[in-house]
Design a protein around this ligand. Structure first.
Ligand SMILES: NC(=O)c1ccc[n+]([C@@H]2O[C@H](COP(=O)([O-])OP(=O)(O)OC[C@H]3O[C@@H](n4cnc5c(N)ncnc54)[C@H](O)[C@@H]3O)[C@@H](O)[C@H]2O)c1
Length: 346
């Protein structure tokens, strides 16, 4: 299959690109190369037959029209987005422009091209979204595909809006779509402003490890390569119009994640031990959702997918990867806003 991946120079998009090439698919990687992108993430497939990179913005209709006409993909996997909740609190407009207007522009470009091609039934538009659209859970319960939307941050509201647009383009225009809503990802190539890389890199530098509030927020962590595998499974097997929740069945409080990483570093880099002496509780994020948890019954029973990596094993691989790849993360720490506390103003 020839797949046009948007956001393929980002964290999850690049994992999808690498996994898709390994499965024998061809890839057109469309990315605007914002602050969050890194072409090194896809360097391993740069020379693979069937891999092409196109620098373009999903808000640029003419560029999208040209790229679709040039490459004639069998599917679009749409991951390009502004993705950092803290940045969405300080500057929501980029999130509305890319995640909402950009998704609308992409849908319109794809719709026009799909009609011009004679509406091929086998074509798929796969929208990649987040479990954050469902809001915040209390101590119990899980998100199913039927949980009502209740986004509470500018980021999650923009992703909810884009989900609604994709469903509307299916219902109204017949565009063959599939959707997925996934829990928090972690793993290699995770941009150094997100929780897990911040913990690893601050601990390595002997700097304070910031934990928001009391660290009691619970997330359902999924190793990024398992997410990429789930996404390709949904694309290859999911029926048109269906949505799937994807989770790791690995619920943990932030403070427990931080302590697990510190213990792994104590073992793998003992000279800084004990690393948990660096844990510092800081002012909480405004509107910080307490708990997310995914009920993965649908993807497990309908498509036979389940995660392959436990949280302990995934974190071990991730810590090892950051220890071995300083040349990747060091330059990214100089990018705008990285290492600063963002998203504190309410
Ligand atoms: N990270 C998570 O834990 C998580 C969980 C569930 C869903 N998601 C979703 O998965 C997708 C990818 O997330 P990620 O963590 O890899 O994000 P990321 O920030 O690492 O990467 C986003 C990529 O999109 C590109 N991009 C941004 N704006 C663009 C534009 N206007 N035009 C073209 N390209 C643009 C960036 O250059 C970057 O390469 C997002 O849609 C996100 O909402 C993320």
């Amino acid at each position: 299959m020839k797949i046009l991946v948007t956001g393929g120079a980002g964290f999850i998009g690049s994992a999808v690109v690498r996994a898709a090439i390994a499965r024998g698919h061809s890839i057109v990687n469309l990315d605007a190369l914002t602050y969050a992108a890194c072409l090194a993430n896809v360097a391993s497939v740069d020379n693979a037959p069937g891999y092409v990179f196109e620098k373009a913005d999903i808000r640029d209709r003419a560029a999208l029209d040209r790229i679709l006409a040039t490459h004639d993909p069998d599917a679009v996997m749409h991951l390009a987005a502004e993705s950092h909740v803290d940045r969405s609190i300080d500057g929501p407009s980029d999130f509305i422009e890319t995640n909402v207007t950009g998704t609308f522009t992409l849908l319109e470009s794809v719709r026009a091209w799909w009609i011009a091609k004679g509406k091929p039934e086998a074509f798929r538009f796969h929208h990649i979204s987040t479990d954050e659209v469902f809001g915040s859970l209390g101590a119990t319960g899980k998100f199913t595909e039927d949980t009502p939307y209740d986004p509470r941050s500018p980021y999650s509201a923009s992703k909810a809006a884009s989900d609604h647009l994709v469903r509307a383009w299916h219902e109204t225009y017949g565009l063959p779509v599939v959707l997925t809503n996934c829990s928090n990802n972690y793993g290699p190539f995770h941009f150094p402003e997100k929780l897990i890389p911040v913990v690893i890199l601050n601990a390595l530098a002997g700097k304070a490890i910031p934990v928001y509030g009391k660290g009691e927020n619970v997330r359902d962590w999924l190793y990024v390569e398992d997410h990429a595998d789930a996404l390709l499974t949904v694309l290859e097997k999911g029926p048109v119009g269906r949505s799937y929740n994807i989770g790791g069945e690995n619920e943990a409080r932030n403070i427990d994640i931080v302590r697990l990483i510190c213990a792994l570093l104590d073992e793998m880099r003992p000279q800084g031990a004990p690393h948990d002496r660096l844990i510092t509780f800081v002012t909480d994020r405004p509107g910080h959702d307490l708990r997310y948890a995914i009920d993965p019954t649908r993807i497990r029973t309908e498509l036979g997918w389940r995660p392959s990596v436990t949280l302990q094993e995934g974190l071990r691989r991730t810590v090892r990867w950051y220890l071995d790849n300083e040349a990747w993360w060091r330059p990214l720490q100089d990018r705008q806003g990285v290492g600063q506390r963002l998203g504190v103003k309410a």
